[in-house]
Design a protein around this ligand. Sequence first.
Ligand SMILES: Nc1ncnc2c1ncn2[C@@H]1O[C@H](COP(=O)(O)OP(=O)(O)O)[C@@H](O)[C@H]1O
Ligand SMILES: [Mg+2]
Length: 423
Amino acid sequence: MASNVRGGPVALGFDLGRPTRGASQGGRKAVAPVVARPVQTQAKDPLMQVSKPKPARESFAFRLKPRDIRRHLDRFVVRQDEAKKVLSVALCDHFQHVRLTREGDVAPHYVKQNVLILGPTGVGKTHLIRSAAELIGVPFVKADATKFSETGYVGGDVEELVRDLIRKANGDLERAAQGIVYLDEIDKIASREGGSRDVSGRGVQTNLLKLMEDADVPVQPPGEAASSPGPRGREQTINTRHILFIASGAFAGLGEVVRKRLRQAGSGDARGKEGAPASEANADAAGLAEQSTTRDFIDYGFEPEFIGRLPVRVSCRSLDAGDLFHVMRDSESSVLRQYERAFRAYGIAVQFREAGLRRIAELAAAENTGARGLMTVCERILRDFKFELPSSRVRELVVDRAVVDDPAATLRALLRRKRSARA
Ligand SMILES: Nc1ncnc2c1ncn2[C@@H]1O[C@H](COP(=O)(O)OP(=O)(O)O)[C@@H](O)[C@H]1O
Ligand SMILES: [Mg+2]
């Protein structure tokens, strides 16, 4: 089926081979070194021959180095150093491979570096991938793996991910074919300890693994395919060979699987050879997850072929109150910017003081939802201010420790002060 996208070097209509400029050139902070430019020439990519020719199209030349990606991620994501490094390398490897392939330098035995990120909720897994995809300028889709296990029969569905990429690329098949698919909650499709759900979990794994390697996906969903054939009456397809898959999950219970193996290794079990021996002392969940091996993922409920398609693995650590303070103060995507903007819309200047932020961070850490807790706490504290201040004469709000500890009292005092000032 659709052998038009298989094998062979493809020549594209844009200048991939040009000498590259450094990412830091121009002296500006974190200049995106990806240059999008319209290309007028008719591309010779066989993939594009089946898509409608467009007068002018955007494309990109990949010219990033791992440090460029790392530097970009540092602007938005606090901590997670190992994940940043691993991702930077995996993304560069992948997109350099895509570039070389298109330039005619084909590696027939290339193994795709799909990534598995482990870690609790709200610690930046999605944020990392989304930020990297923005920098690279490739289409990005995110989906929960659980979405696929809920369909009564497993099949077809996972291909919707690729069609989502085409939508994200505004119908540009060539851009979609080098996008990033992010699959969250991948741990939920492990098939553990019998039960009806397991069958579907295994089925989803089987479908995904084909997609993750090299599959031709019909551009039209099966039902619509017949009514809208491609320009030459053939079914249009898109190949997934150059789509990078990144999976993530909390993997609750994986630590237990690892612990069990390590304990057996200690008592002379042959399987222990695969993993490094760990002292029980540093055997916290995150630490154990980092010591996990392919064997552990299989014991956790993954098919060997499936977990084998995710060769790059890394953990994100949980964020403590100190980290959450930095998330608020230092990250360019800080939730504080959102609050400042919301108040600014009514002409109110809001300032966050360090003591207030430290307290918010403490309260958020207690929520145990990672950086998501920050929004929960800020929302609770600032809710009444957001309701009252726009209709008042207050034009300035300083969020200090007192506001965080007793928002109602400080709001009352603030409104009273304004009223008496007016009287
Ligand atoms: N390490 C971090 N640095 C900065 N912001 C973060 C970090 N972790 C999470 N956030 C913030 O919390 C939100 C939720 O994080 P997300 O990446 O979706 O979590 P998850 O790890 O569950 O995928 C993000 O949109 C981001 O604003
Ligand atoms: Mg997420």
